[in-house]
Every structure is written in structure tokens, then in C-alpha cells.
Write a protein that binds this ligand. Structure first.
Ligand code: DGL
Length: 289
């Protein structure tokens, strides 16, 4: 049995990398739905359907827990899967299975509060001084998940999400650094103009963006804290598996990389991030439909 890690493409490798450091003995199966990437410009229904298929593929490959290493899938599909599909699906399996997202640990990191904490609304005017800028896909921005969940907990934080249409796809395709840098600079500037100033903190709210986090660093004012998802997610998932021992995630340290797209090696950008060659295998063709 194993821990499954799912993304529309290679962005989730940023989360996978941190999960492996936190749980080195566990067996991991990474699935990139490269046949359907990018998810960020798709409709909600498509994202739900594709995420469901990805989870099924991972469960059938032996995963007990699936981490949606994708903000778009976590924001748009996770709740629907948990409410409508997962309980029925569980009946077909003899072993306990579950799907977890990456937004909860990110909100906890941004607010400094546990997820269960909801602020008391006193009705008094609060000066919102702490501006958090979220860089995300169009679908994540449309969901307003970061605005809604942070506002429930910390009314002194104002959240502005910048939809970076096309950026995840450029990263997925291994675009050159100059084009990526120009694109990221444009989004940082667009957020600044909309807010009236640079954000006090930034969330890289798409796992692909972690692969070029240094370019966000370069274009944000020096010293702006960036909330990186991989360490928060890895800590939360590590704590979760310690508390929920019913999920068997293996113990032989096996690593499997699957794609619904073209198998083989990935772009230079991905290899530079990963630090060594990385080969993806094809999922069986009936599953890639
Ligand atoms: N890496 C994903 C995310 O975190 C998806 C990007 C995409 O497919 O558009 O949002």
C-alpha cells in the first residue's frame, strides 16, 4: 500500500518532495494528469471529474491515502468528492481510503491558527493592515477559497488573489526562464496596481509556482515573506498519518511516478528542480481515457 500524490502535472512534485522528506519510509505513487493539464482554465465540473478519475487510478494502483497536491483540485473538487463520491467508493474497497487537500495547512500557515478556530465576529470595524497576496490559477481564484477561509479566522487580514492564467501551463511545458520571469513580473505588478501597494505576505497558491519560487522572490519587494506550501503540507500530512494509523502507506520507501500523458523524462526545468533525471511511466491506457 502507498500514499498517492495527485496533480494535473508536475507542480505536485514540489509537495511530493517535502512529503518524502517527512515520511521517508512510506511508499509513494505520484500521478500527473498530463493528458488533461492545465486544470486551472477548466470548468468546475471538469475539475471534479478529472480529480475523481485521478484518485481512482491511485487507489487502484495501491494508494490508501491520496494527497491532492494541487490547489485547483483541492479548492474546486475536494469537498464534492468527500460529500458525494468517497463514501460510496469506500464500500467497494476492503481497506480504509481517504483523500486530503492542501488548502487547510496553507490557511493554518497564513493565519497562524488551527483550522478549527473561527474568529468571533464582534461587528466592530477592523483596520485590515496585513495584506496577503495569493498567486493562483483562474479556477482557484474563482473559488475565492483563500479569501473566504482566511476571513473566517482572521479579520485583520485582507486577501487579494491574482489569477495567473497560463503560468502553470508554461511551467508544465518547461518554458524558458526569461519568459517565466516576464510573466511573473506582470502578475506581481498587476496585483500591486489592484491593491494599491505590494502585499505584506504572499502565498504561492499553485503547486507549479513553487518550481519557480525564486522568480516570485525576485519580483516581490525584498524581504516579503512567502508562504510556501510544501513544508506546511508535509508537516500536516505527517501528523495526520501518525494520528490515523488505519491508513496503510507502506514502509519500503518505493517511489513510482505515473502520467496519463506521454511517458518518459520531463523538461529541463523539472529536472533542475528535482536535481536528477525523473522518468514517468504510463498509467494503463483504459485509465488515461
Ligand atoms: N498545480 C495545480 C495547482 O496547484 C494545477 C495547475 C493547473 O493545472 O492549472 O493549482
Amino acid at each position: 500500500m502507498a500514499m498517492g500524490v495527485f496533480d494535473s502535472g508536475v507542480g505536485g512534485l514540489s509537495i511530493h518532495h517535502a512529503l518524502v522528506s517527512r515520511l521517508p519510509q512510506a511508499d509513494f505513487i505520484y500521478l500527473a494528469d498530463q493528458k488533461h493539464t492545465p486544470y486551472g482554465d477548466r470548468s468546475g465540473e471538469e475539475i471534479v471529474e478529472l480529480t475523481k478519475q485521478g484518485c481512482e487510478t491511485l487507489f487502484e494502483a495501491g494508494a490508501s491515502l491520496v494527497v491532492l497536491a494541487c490547489n485547483t483540485a483541492s479548492a474546486v473538487a475536494l469537498r464534492r468528492l468527500q460529500q458525494t463520491w468517497l463514501s460510496g467508493f469506500r464500500k467497494t474497497y476492503k481497506r480504509p481510503v481517504n483523500v486530503l487537500g492542501i488548502i487547510v495547512p496553507t490557511i493554518e500557515a497564513a493565519t497562524g491558527l488551527p483550522w478549527e478556530h473561527e474568529a468571533e465576529r464582534r461587528g466592530e470595524k477592523i483596520e485590515k493592515l496585513d495584506i496577503v497576496g495569493v498567486f493562483a490559477t483562474v479556477a482557484t481564484a474563482r473559488s475565492r477559497v483563500y479569501e473566504i477561509e482566511i476571513d473566517k479566522r482572521r479579520q485583520d487580514i485582507a486577501v487579494f488573489t491574482e489569477a495567473c492564467s497560463g503560468l502553470a501551463d508554461m511551467i508544465e511545458k518547461g518554458a524558458d526562464r526569461d519568459s517565466l520571469s516576464a510573466k511573473i513580473k506582470g502578475h506581481v505588478e498587476s496585483l500591486r496596481i489592484r491593491v494599491g501597494r505590494y502585499p505584506d505576505r504572499a502565498i504561492l497558491g499553485c503547486t507549479h509556482y513553487e518550481l519557480v519560487a525564486d522568480l516570485f522572490r525576485e519580483h516581490l519587494p525584498a524581504g516579503t515573506p512567502i508562504i510556501h506550501q510544501p513544508p506546511s503540507v508535509a508537516k500536516a500530512m505527517g501528523d495526520y498519518v501518525e494520528r490515523h494509523t488505519q491508513y496503510d502507506i507502506g514502509s519500503s520507501g518505493a517511489r513510482t511516478f505515473l502520467t496519463t500523458g506521454t511517458p518518459g523524462s520531463q523538461s529541463g526545468l523539472i529536472e533542475a528542480f528535482w536535481g536528477s533525471p525523473l522518468t514517468f511511466n504510463a498509467v494503463s491506457s483504459d485509465k488515461a481515457a
